[in-house]
Design a protein around this ligand. Sequence first.
Ligand SMILES: [Cu+2]
Length: 189
Amino acid sequence: MATRIILRVETINMSLNRLNLSSVPPSDRQQLANLCLQFVTEGFLQEHENWHRRALADPGVHIREFFSFHRQMIQNLESFLNANGAGAYVPIPYWDPAERIPAEFTIVLSGFDPLRNPGPIAQIDSWFIPPDVCRFQTEGQLANSILAFHNFVHNTVGGVMSQFNSPAAAIFYPWHATIDLIYSNWQQC
Ligand SMILES: [Cu+2]
């Protein structure tokens, strides 16, 4: 069931060409997961935390900037991969939370809390998949609506994924590639 829904995402979103993380060979996943953690800097974690603190204080920030802020993070990682001879991994594959996190992607930066639950977590509701996603009239409505599910996945995976330092988890990036895929699909409506 989950596979069928995600295949629709892939079909609709051919232009972006994000792969499902589960279809990437384990050796490539290992390399990409390591690169994701090499990309993380202290300053990057701080920037992410600052944004989330601002968004907690002003819910309007979440609604207006949720997609663009996280898209910028994914694009920064993709630029890093391109600059380090790993352009083959661009665009970052997405993770379907209806599938278990691949073992290679359960790693977190040393010193941060390990993940508690590799899933599977939950299916992405068909509201967020074309053609239904096109019923959202504005980016703010879509952001407002996806936020609870996005948070639920972070919190259920647990460990550092449920904290301000969630970008210290390798799976953060494929999970936000999924969020970005939903946003891209909506933009193409
Ligand atoms: Cu997130």
